[in-house]
Design a binder for this molecule. Sequence first.
Ligand SMILES: Cc1cc2nc3c(=O)[nH]c(=O)nc-3n(C[C@H](O)[C@H](O)[C@H](O)COP(=O)(O)OP(=O)(O)OC[C@H]3O[C@@H](n4cnc5c(N)ncnc54)[C@H](O)[C@@H]3O)c2cc1C
Length: 490
Amino acid sequence: MNNLVRALSSVLPGDRISHDEAVLAGYGADSATPPGSMARPSVVVLPSTVEEVLHIVEIADRFRIPVTPQSRSSNIAGMAVPVQGGIVVDLRLMDKILEVNTDAAYAVIEPGVTFHQFARVLREEGFFCHLPTAAGGSSPLGNYLMRPSGNYAAKWDPDPITSLEVVTPRRGIIKTGSASFETAGWRSRYHCFPDLTGLFTCSYGTLGIVTKGAVKIFERGEEERLLLTTFDNLPPAIEYMKRIIRGNLAESVTFWTWGWNMFHEMMRSKSEQIPEAMLKPDQMTPPPGIPFGIASARLNGYREVVQAQERACIRIARDLGGNHLENQEASERYPGCYGYLHDYFVEGVHPKPGEESQIRAGLHLAGCLISAEPSKVIEIERYMRAIAEKEFKPPYFYRVLPYSHAREFFLAFVVYVTGSLIEEREYVQHLKGIYGNLYRELLRRFGGVMFRYRKDPMFFGLTGTYGSLLRDIKGLLDPNNIMNPGMLMF
Ligand SMILES: Cc1cc2nc3c(=O)[nH]c(=O)nc-3n(C[C@H](O)[C@H](O)[C@H](O)COP(=O)(O)OP(=O)(O)OC[C@H]3O[C@@H](n4cnc5c(N)ncnc54)[C@H](O)[C@@H]3O)c2cc1C
């Protein structure tokens, strides 16, 4: 330990290295960590340049000590918890927006940049970024590396990243995409050779540390609108979303069930009190006067086009049995929900502080994020509902959204655990047990894939030769398996 700290002190100033117990404790858990299972890192370092990151990784490799990178440590699935101890590389000081290229529509950012910071700068330029319904203090680069869920620019594609700079234990600094050529800039993910940007996405820090990334940005346009439509059940809502995304009629669209919308009301009011209606045993029938679900779409661009798009969306919704919910009516009847959706889909800001304070107050969202084809999402919803009725305590709810011209849908099913994790320890363990077996069933029955799912060698084993190739690549980049070990498949 002393030798490790001495080696780190040769490449970093003392105030950016800590092995103080109180500091380390803050890095040992996130909201998904069951009570009593906190990890114990040995040291936390805060680099500010790529060269410092390189030195840290070289030292860790020499000492064969695990390294866990954290951009903002805001994921809620235990992915950045240093389960095998070692060095936590906290990247929050690498927080520069290095370039905003409005001409070619991309920006180059460091991992410590937050959504709040990035969205504000882009707004001044008349642009926006892929924006998930994540916390505003989380990192765009960190989030994009995990694939954003609840994406603002879903019409385009779910891959916001073009080029990356990555520090690896055995191959040093690697640049991917167009940035791999010294003079080609950062604009493009693909060039004349195979795509390596994709190798580092969804690798959760197991292959290297991303120190820079170029990400796509989008013009806001003359007009930005929130279009709300209500549906009585999921199938017509899915059909609606498919049609409007395939038809290029909306930038993005999400269907939120009533429990989620009441949760938005709670978030806006910053109340920590769950409304009685949310706790009723039959979670699939909304309380009187509340729609089963609301689809919220973001429309933006040239004024005449947006007006026409809105008319077309309303017609499609009505053809499918849905109803248009005017903004004025929504703001009067469901002010918190409307405020949340408006802030997010029109203003492009993260309306999350309420949720964060509730999570800190002991409320816990156990989420299950599943990707599947549209028709399978309907079957998965039925399956999840049956499990929920048997195993979950209310409230539980879900949201569904399409990606990439509706090729792929995401269903995010959440169980809202009320009460502290200590009091609800057994229930949380029970939930984790259910989720732990779920991925196999979802894959087998529906071809659905659970995302941001923590290590399970069986899951990885299901990938066949893909898995063996990935292991070979891992061996080239990180033969001592120091990068976030125990995280995913290594
Ligand atoms: C209240 C709340 C609500 C949320 N809602 C959503 C939501 O709706 N949609 C959504 O998509 N997310 C949501 N999130 C999750 C969260 O915002 C994202 O997961 C987050 O953006 C990624 O977090 P981060 O950047 O802080 O990465 P971290 O938590 O620091 O890390 C996440 C993973 O990526 C790895 N990693 C991080 N940075 C690097 C790097 N530079 N190089 C290599 N590996 C790295 C880590 O080792 C870890 O495995 C929510 C979080 C909170 C707290």
